[in-house]
Design a protein around this ligand. Structure first.
Ligand code: PAF
Length: 293
């Protein structure tokens, strides 16, 4: 496994693959790799001749009051896991290498609409930071396929839109959320949680499942369902940011006409921000047969 800290080094290593018609898969990460990340790596290894994993904690996607300074860093464990997985290249640039000393005046990529909803409301500029770094990584690696976890569903949609709008020739692959046995979505930020907080955090997925089953049973008062779920989270000791039933493509509030729905939630436990979501495909209502006498 080759480790690169510089863009020039990585590009030099990848160059022979383009000429030889080999396929390249990219898994962008911020490190502290868990089973969710490793599933992305496995999928990339299956689909491509070679796999690049990037590890970069991107300051541009953190707000000043967020956890950039304390974001978990486990580089030795991460590289060990990647070596054992059969990953071919690891790209570990520092901020200087990526932003060349001008992070404040750096060009940014903005995906309108989607970026301002849900997490974008509470984390202004976050998705511009994500779109910018993903765009840069795609330009550096030029992968055929890039892999993202669907836990960050809004991020996934934004990256897909960016790639389509900017005609970047990479296929964006979204993979299902990996959960712990109690249903908690795996996330690097879970390492900040105590055992008691983990029990509380599991309420996020339970509440998503409760609402999904209500929708399945034909409940159509979405606002009421959202309010009840929000209150349940508060009672469970979480501090919810939003609980929203949305159209799965636009992330706008779902209407009775929507059949493909995603329920998204974000909540704080202390200073730890947790997000999760659940897809629900509703069967079209069968038309009541009119009896003509
Ligand atoms: O999902 C993440 O870990 C990050 O947002 C990403 C895609 C690696 C960009 O920094």
């Amino acid at each position: 496994m080759d480790l690169s800290h510089s863009i020039v080094h990585l590009k030099r290593k990848l160059k022979p693959h383009y000429g030889a018609g080999k396929t390249i898969g990219l898994v962008p990460t911020m490190g502290n790799l868990h089973d969710g990340h490793m599933c992305l790596v496995q999928e990339s290894l299956k689909d491509n001749d070679c796999t690049v994993v990037s590890i970069f904690i991107n300051p541009l996607q953190f707000n000043p009051d967020e956890d950039l300074a304390t974001y978990p860093k486990t580089l030795d464990e991460d590289t060990k896991k990647l070596r054992e997985s059969g990953c071919h290249y690891v790209f570990i640039p520092d901020t200087q290498e990526i932003y060349q000393g001008n992070i404040d005046s750096h060009t940014q990529v903005y995906v309108p609409g989607l970026s301002k909803l849900l997490c974008g409301k509470t984390r202004p500029g976050h998705f511009e930071g994500v779109a910018t770094i993903v765009n840069k990584l795609l330009n550096i690696v030029r992968p055929h396929n890039a892999y993202f976890g669907l836990k960050d569903y809004q991020q996934f949609l934004i990256v897909k839109r960016m790639v389509s709008d900017l005609q970047i020739g990479t296929r964006i692959v979204g993979l299902d959320t990996i959960r712990d046995p109690g249903g908690l979505a795996l996330s690097s930020r879970n390492s900040f949680l105590s055992e008691l907080e983990i029990q509380k955090a599991r309420q996020l997925y339970s509440s998503l499942k409760q609402v999904a089953s209500a929708l399945d049973q034909g409940e159509s008062n979405f606002l009421d369902l959202e309010k009840q779920a929000y209150n349940r989270l508060t009672v469970a000791g979480l501090n919810p940011d939003y609980f929203s039933i949305c159209n799965s493509e636009t992330l706008m509030p779902a209407t009775a006409a929507d059949l493909d729905i995603v329920i998204l939630a974000a909540a704080y436990l202390g200073s730890v921000r947790l997000i999760d979501n659940l897809h629900v495909s509703l069967a079209p209502q069968t038309q009541a047969t009119q009896v003509i006498e």
